[in-house]
Design a protein around this ligand. Sequence first.
Ligand SMILES: Nc1ncnc2c1ncn2[C@@H]1O[C@H](COP(=O)(O)OP(=O)(O)OP(=O)(O)O)[C@@H](O)[C@H]1O
Length: 379
Amino acid sequence: MMATMTTPTATRHTTETAAPVAALSLSDVHHHFGRHPVVKGVNLSVEPGEVVCLLGPSGCGKTTLLRIAAGLEVLQEGRVGLEGETVAAPERRHVPPEKRSVGLAFQDSALFPHLSVLENVMFGLKPLPVPRRRACALERLEQLGMADYAETYPHMLSGGQQQRVALARALAPEPRLMLLDEPFSSLDARLRDRIRDDTLHVLKNVGAATLLVTHDPEEAMFMADRIALMRDGAIVQTGTPRELYCAPCDPFVVTFFGEVNELYGVVENGEVKTPVGTVEAGWLPEGSDAIVMVRPEALRVSELDECGLAHAHSHVVMAKLLGRSSLIHLCAHGPEGDEAHLHARVPGVFLPAEGQTVDIHLDLSQVFVFAAPGGAAGA
Ligand SMILES: Nc1ncnc2c1ncn2[C@@H]1O[C@H](COP(=O)(O)OP(=O)(O)OP(=O)(O)O)[C@@H](O)[C@H]1O
C-alpha cells in the first residue's frame, strides 16, 4: 500500500543562474548506511515536464536516492537542487520534505484511514476553496478510475485501489515534481497496464517533472522520456529508452532488458565469427576475447524446404508457443562445424516442428559485442 504527500512551495534561499533550470538535480550524491555505501556519486537531473525512470535491480539504491531527493533521508554528500534552489547540502542546508513542493507516492506509506477517498485527495489542496478542492479531487479520481469510490473509506478498498487513490492524491495539487516509488507494484497485470497509461497521461497533462523508481524494464520503457539504469549504487547509463535498448554501454545493460544469447569468440581482422554469422568488432584489440550478445528477437528463423540431416544443419530442438510470441530452441551449426544452443523469439504463429532444419539470419541491430568479462573466450 502507498500514500502520498504534496507540500507547498519551498521558500527560496539560494538561487543559481544556470539555464534551463532542472526541476530536480542531484549532483555527486553519496550515501551510506553505517559502513555500507549505498549511493556512490550519482549525478542526475529531471527537466521540467520530463518523466525519468530510475531503474535497477533490488537493493541497488533507487529508493534511497528518491528519499534523498524528497528530503526523507538527510543528504550526506553532494547536492540536491529543486528548480535551481539548493534544498540539500551537507551541514549547510536541509529543506524538510513538507517544504519541497513535491508530490510523493511511496509503497510503504498509507492513506489517512479516517478520511474518505475524496477527503484524502482533497487533503493536499487545502489552500483552495472547498468547491474547487472537491471538483479537482473528483477529476483526478475520475482519471484514475476511482470516482465511484469517492465516499468510500480506505479500509474498504483493495491494495490496488488504495494505490490509485494515493496517486490521485499526489497528483491533485499539480506539483512541479513527482517522486514515485514502484507506484504500480501491487496491481495485477491488466490493471497495471491501464493505470500506468492513465498515470502517464495525467503526468503529461499536468506537465509535472517526475522521477519514478522501478525494477521493471518494460515499465521504465513505457513511462520514461529518459531512463537512468543503476547498479550497485551508481548509474551505469542514462538515455532515452531507445538509447538504452539499442545502444547499451555494457553487458549489464543488455541483460537487464531481457534474456540474451551469449556467444564467445576471438577478434580476428576486426571481426568475431559465431555459428550464426560474423559480427564487426573493430574497436576491440586484435586477438582479444569478445562476448557477442544476441537478443532472441535478433534471430530470424526460416524453415528449409529440402530435408537435410538435422545434425548437420541448424535445426529446431524445441518450440513453445507463449501467446504473442513463440520461443524456439535452436541448435545452430556454423560453417566451420561450430555449434551453439540459442533461443529465438518469433511471432507466435510460427511454430516449427522439432528437428525441422532452418536457416538463421542475424538482425545486427540487436547484436552487441563487448570485451569478454575477464577476457575468457569460450568461457
Ligand atoms: N534505513 C536503512 N538502514 C540500513 N540499510 C538500509 C536502509 N535503507 C536501505 N538500506 C540498504 O541499502 C541498500 C539499498 O536499498 P534501497 O531500498 O535504496 O534499494 P532499492 O534499489 O530501492 O531496492 P528495492 O527495489 O528492493 O526497493 C540495500 O542494501 C538496503 O538493505
